[in-house]
Design a protein around this ligand. Structure first.
Ligand code: HEC
Ligand code: HEC
Ligand code: HEC
Ligand code: HEC
Ligand code: HEC
Ligand code: HEC
Length: 470
């Protein structure tokens, strides 16, 4: 009997064990196993590195922030910060780049007083500096931990601090914070205490705050805006979990190959498989959120709802996505188009004035809204909406699902090559009475003769590589 070392589950005979210890076998077994070991360790290191990279920026940001906090909390000094850039950094690279420059600008503001004063800054004083204690106190008010003399809910119960799963129509705490960072206390007080507009009057009814207390709330919100969104804690935990699984995995492999201390060989094997598949799952999930694929449902800068517009108000998809029939791209409407209606409709039933005000402000200032792109094919693929919607007479629903039912748009299909091809192989082309297909003489002949009863997309070249790939 030969003593191959990779014999899981079987007990080795004494003779075999003796042999194992002999240098010859050790040598012959050493290479494949050493190879396996090196392989597994390098896979582990590589994947951990890749995983860590995505988290790096975030955690660097955190540590930079927390060190600042420590510094300022030890002595009761004034906290002056200018890292507002972090607020926008997680959106996308373009926004990030832009935010960098604003961050820089903000830094210059605090450093050189010349530029600050030149830019006529009426509220310069309470813009970037607050006492740490005020910020803490403000946070407690905002979270409803300190009572203020009315029966209202805490601010945080409406103005959420962390992203929510379902659309929260109230402005988020970060939204408010960003809007009022540049504005003075008087303006902030006016809007909280003397609400105007139907929704605002209803939700902020009978607010009573001492000025001193409300100032701390403003201080907290300013600080929040400058600090940017809270770090996503679970990701750090996930990294640790990932590394831990890697250790377990490596141990199990070593146990199987070298140590062999555990009597039941199935145990390390099961541990190995479990740890490995959980790691694979984690990598997959990271990949999905990076690759923006199926199910991707990001938060948008304005709480625009297709359910409200295309659903309840029955606005035609093509009214807003007006290039869909003529061009490759369906396009996202400019805010000018929103104003066709929203120059009149200034308040929404669900969101009040806050969200629509963003639309109006963007249009007045001429700053385009930075919508987060959801559907995105790789560059090497050619896809044309005109081809499908105009010539192919397909409905949006076939590829995008029931968008008219969605508050937040979600990618329903995986947009893989297989998905395109599946439809092309089965979908009947609206061949008859469609000018688009007049050039296909031969196929028309075949239909007339009754040789074929339908024409599918692949028959007109829908599976040729060159049709979809540049
Ligand atoms: C009132 C204007 C308006 C109408 C009507 C409208 N949309 Fe949109 N649509 C938008 C805006 C603005 C966005 C970008 C924000 C977003 O993704 O929610 C968008 C985004 C989308 C996206 C996601 C784009 C991406 O980034 O991948 C799809 C898909 C879409 N719309 C399909 C539809 C369909 C289908 C209909 C009809 C049922 C429709 N839209 C009606 C304005 C509109
Ligand atoms: C054809 C008219 C029309 C166009 C175009 C239009 N809207 Fe609207 N919008 C409405 C109507 C009607 C409402 C519902 C108001 C209500 O809640 O009573 C609404 C509501 C809203 C709301 C608030 C929802 C709520 O209930 O609180 C937001 C935000 C909004 N629209 C954003 C946009 C944006 C962004 C665009 C451009 C991409 C746009 N709208 C284009 C008609 C339009
Ligand atoms: C019951 C829910 C609710 C609670 C509680 C609440 N808010 Fe609001 N708040 C809203 C809504 C909804 C709006 C947007 C209304 C609108 O724009 O018409 C809003 C708007 C605001 C705005 C921005 C107004 C603007 O248009 O610029 C500020 C600032 C604000 N809230 C501060 C606070 C503070 C501070 C607290 C706690 C003391 C608080 N809110 C508690 C619902 C709430
Ligand atoms: C045959 C499937 C298909 C149909 C039908 C279809 N779309 Fe698309 N749509 C896609 C794909 C695929 C993308 C991604 C395109 C890309 O990344 O280049 C997309 C992207 C979009 C986008 C994002 C912006 C853009 O133009 O790339 C919008 C908005 C959109 N579609 C709206 C619509 C609307 C509205 C309709 C109906 C009138 C429609 N689509 C019909 C497959 C389809
Ligand atoms: C729901 C069905 C469906 C899906 C999904 C679909 N297509 Fe199509 N496609 C059609 C139909 C129907 C036509 C025929 C219309 C035409 O030729 O103009 C067509 C035609 C085409 C053509 C032109 C073929 C020719 O012979 O000129 C291209 C290119 C194309 N599709 C690319 C894509 C790509 C890329 C995807 C995936 C991202 C895709 N399609 C997904 C139904 C679909
Ligand atoms: C109907 C459109 C269509 C046709 C026809 C088509 N492809 Fe693709 N192909 C796609 C799409 C869409 C993707 C992107 C898939 C993704 O991002 O997951 C893709 C991706 C690819 C990739 C990259 C693989 C990857 O996972 O990114 C290769 C290679 C490829 N196609 C080769 C071909 C070859 C070879 C043919 C001809 C036999 C062909 N394709 C025909 C739509 C098509």
């Amino acid at each position: 009997m030969s003593c191959k070392i990779l014999r899981f589950g079987k007990k080795l005979t004494k003779a075999c064990r003796m042999k194992l210890k002999s240098p010859v076998l050790w040598k012959s077994g050493f290479f494949p196993m050493g190879f396996l070991l090196v392989l597994s360790i390098s896979i582990f290191v590589f994947s951990a590195a890749a995983f860590a990279e995505t988290q790096m920026q975030q955690s660097e940001q955190d540590s930079a922030d927390s060190s600042l906090v420590e510094q300022s909390s030890t002595s009761d000094t004034v906290v002056a910060r200018s890292d507002s850039a972090s607020a926008a950094q997680n959106v996308d690279p373009e926004a990030g780049a832009q935010a960098d420059t604003t961050g820089q600008a903000a830094k210059e503001d605090t450093v050189s007083t010349d530029t600050a004063s030149a830019k006529s800054e009426p509220h310069g004083e309470d813009r970037f500096s607050h006492y740490r204690n005020d910020i803490k106190r403000g946070e407690r008010f905002f979270r409803g931990l300190l009572p203020h003399n009315n029966q209202q809910e805490s601010c945080v119960s409406c103005h959420n601090l962390t992203p929510t799963d379902t659309l929260n129509w109230n402005p988020s705490a970060m939204d408010i914070a960003n809007k009022y960072l540049e504005k003075g206390f008087a303006e902030f007080k006016a809007v909280v205490m003397e609400p105007s507009g139907g929704k605002m009057a209803e939700v902020h009814k009978d607010y009573s705050f001492e000025d001193a207390d409300l100032k701390t709330v403003k201080a907290y919100l300013d600080d929040l805006s400058m600090r940017g969104p809270a770090p996503v804690k679970p990701t750090i935990d996930r990294l640790l979990l990932f590394l831990f699984l890697g250790l377990v995995l490596t141990w199990a492999l070593l146990e199987i190959i070298f140590f062999r201390k555990i009597k039941y060989k199935a145990i390390p094997l099961i541990v190995f498989l479990a740890a490995f598949s959980y790691q694979a799952k984690m990598i997959y999930e990271e990949g999905v959120s990076l690759g923006r694929s199926q199910g991707y449902e990001p938060e948008q800068p304005i709480k625009f709802s297709h359910k409200v517009h295309a659903g309840q108000n029955q606005i035609d998809c093509k009214y807003c996505h007006f290039t869909v029939e003529q061009s490759k791209s369906a396009g996202i409407p400019p805010t000018d188009l929103c104003l066709n209606c929203h120059s009149l409709v200034r308040e929404g039933t669900r969101s009040g004035k806050f969200e629509i005000a963003k639309v109006i402000e963007a249009t007045e200032k001429g700053i385009p809204v930075e919508w987060v792109r959801i559907h995105d094919l790789p560059d090497h693929v050619f896809f044309s909406h005109a081809q499908h919607v105009n010539a192919g007479k397909l409905d949006c629903v076939e590829c995008h699902g029931e968008v008219a039912e969605m508050d937040v748009v979600k990618q329903v299909e995986d947009l893989s090559m297989g998905w395109c091809l599946d439809c092309h192989r089965t979908k009947e082309v609206q061949f008859v009475d469609n000018n688009f297909y007049e050039s296909y003489g031969a196929l028309h002949e075949q239909i007339k003769k009754g040789e074929i009863d339908k024409v599918t997309v692949d028959m007109i070249g829908g599976t040729d590589c060159m049709k979809c790939h540049y």
